[in-house]
Design a protein around this ligand. Sequence first.
Ligand code: PEP
Ligand code: MN
Length: 456
Amino acid sequence: MTAPGEILHVGAADYPGLDEWRSLPLSQQPDWRGHEDFDSAYAELSAHPPLVFAGEVDKLKRRLAKVANGEAFLLQGGDCAETFDGVTADKISAKVKTILQMAVVLTYGASLPVVKMGRMAGQYAKPRSSDVETRDGVTLPTFRGEIVNGFDFTEESRVPDPKRMVKAYHKSAATLNLVRAFTEGGFADLRAVQQWNKGFMQNPAHARYERLAGEIDRAVRFMEACGADFEGLKRTEFYAAHEALLLDYERALTRIDSRTGKPYVTSGHFVWIGERTRELDGAHMDYLSRVQNPVGVKLGPTTTPETVLEIIEKLDPEREPGRLTFIVRMGAANVREKLPPLVRAVRDAGAKVVWVTDPMHGNTITADNGYKTRRFDDILDEVRGFFEVHRSLGTYPGGLHVEMTGDDVAECLGGSDVIDESAFDQRYESLVDPRLNHKQSLELAFLVAESLTTVK
Ligand code: PEP
Ligand code: MN
């Protein structure tokens, strides 16, 4: 066995600087470099075909440049952590369907194209607050997402297993294959999506959205009467995003594009750095500074204007439109106070970034019965605060990032079709953070669209 640092990473694309991260502080990783299966798993991944292609990644960057310019809106949605068992046709189609439904409502509200993106096909690695978990006197490694270890609290399941990276690759390939088939094969037909939204409206709990839903319906019928090209509207672009947390996986799936000669992370179109791994001199920041993909950085309530400017310098020194997205997750109680100095600093520095609100991660609470949850009203309040801040500074609120599912789970509290904590025992499925269910997701889209149409 080779010692860590001497491992020969067979097959991974070579490019100057791509391995610099190995000598930098690297947090939130499993301790598995010495595992007997590490080298073979790494080599296998390195030899696999890319999951996404450089041309698609470049196209997404052009779309995000439009968002940065105020000419499009970005919608990012999906699980906190995907699971291997969750890779089924039903679950994936429900998720894609919900994102498409939300997108139609937001397109109408913003009168702008919506760039659609799933936290999908690679969202398997999770940062954790502790390396170990202790239950009844037994201490085991913490669950880091199914790309690393299993959720069950047994030694066998919790010991990190590098072969899981290969499984995650195949699960991601199966997910992407279905997503591509759905979104390019007619599933995205605007008329069908509008029919699904009518199903949502039939629930009396959602009667207050009738006016907006009626307007969208009339707009679709008007387009049809005008002879709009519905063939063209049957397809949509749909992009895959995940947190680039597990750098062994990201490095093994990095490829050099033959057209440009530049490195791309090919595990997903868009990758982001989480709140816990965004140290300026850390490995994650260094690695993503060297690839061509559009990248996101999560910004929590302790972020300072100086840090934000340094992140721009590090990840987007050329000020390339669409390259950098800030995903703000301040919490409803903080956003109105903590966000303005950051936005002002970026605006005054003349940098063009995409500003997205993640109204989930700053609003997590523990319910009386012990479940991790979030209140729908807090989520909505943070979104509203985000829009208010941008409106008052004359900057552009470019998007929404949510943890959601297409299924009828009970994980977040509230919504018009009320979820309360008594439903958690039966319908709480998430292994990590609580997600909006199908109805709550759509309701959030309607509420955001309403506030967008009232400002116009
Ligand atoms: C996440 O997006 O699931 C996450 C861990 O977020 P953050 O880095 O903002 O805490
Ligand atoms: Mn999460």
